[in-house]
Design a protein. Structure first.
Lengths: 112, 115
């Protein structure tokens, strides 16, 4: 079985501040991990993914995430928040078969 | 060209009606999915097809019936709609294979409102 937990359903940051979104996963086999972003009234767009190799993964829009096997975590960060980063962010895991399992999502609010 | 397209984008209907949502992907992927996103934004997989064959069927009422006429299309038919079916339904596609490290590509969603 596989599962994903995102800590914090809402995160509020000031423009220019660090964005940190937490994701922990559970998987019985080595997982593939993903972060998606959803803007209002839109579908999900891939930010980045971890498969194998380098544990620090860079994605689009200045986001990056680090896979830590010992902590079963895949936290997402961005050094400096922009107003356009306001959206819903989803962590997801694919471990067995082709099933992509999502966390509950974290809504990011960016204050001017 | 839109990679994964769903129609309609919005659907308002009365309880008890039957409705369909259509999905098409032009990415050449072998696997397609239906996800349901509830009012709290929680995303849950409903079905997955690989080359027209049903491979994932989560605990979904029998009123929901997916149909895949070919690997580029996956439609969702819902019978006897209920208020609780109101949600956003997303279609997605990806390459097949249990260990293939590919992401899923999502459509824009269909917002279903049952009144």
């Amino acid at each position: 079985a596989q599962s994903v937990t995102q800590l914090g359903s809402h995160v509020s940051v000031s423009e220019g501040a660090l964005v940190l979104l937490r994701c922990n996963y559970s998987s019985s086999v080595p997982p593939y991990l993903f972060w998606y972003v959803q803007y209002p009234n839109q579908g999900l767009q891939l930010l980045l993914k971890y498969t194998t190799g380098a544990t620090l993964v860079k994605g689009i829009n200045g986001f990056e995430a680090e896979f830590k096997k010992s902590e079963t975590s895949f936290h997402l960060t961005k050094p400096s928040a922009h107003m356009s980063d306001a959206a819903e962010y989803f962590c997801a895991v694919k471990a067995a078969g082709n099933k992509l399992t999502f966390g509950g999502g974290t809504r990011v609010l960016v204050k001017p | 060209d839109t990679a994964v397209s769903q129609t309609p984008k919005y659907l308002v209907t009365q309880m008890g009606n039957d409705k369909s949502i259509k999905c098409e992907q032009n990415l050449g992927h072998d696997t397609m999915y239906w996800y349901k996103q509830d009012s709290k934004k929680f995303l849950k997989i409903m079905f997955s097809y690989n080359n027209k064959e049903l491979i994932i069927n989560e605990t979904v009422p029998n009123r929901f019936s997916p149909k895949s006429p070919d690997k580029a299309h996956l439609n969702l038919h819902i019978n006897s709609l209920e208020l609780g079916d109101s949600a956003v339904y997303f279609c997605a596609s990806s390459q097949a294979g249990a260990r293939v490290n590919t992401e899923a590509f999502f459509g824009q969603g269909t917002r279903l409102t049952v009144v």
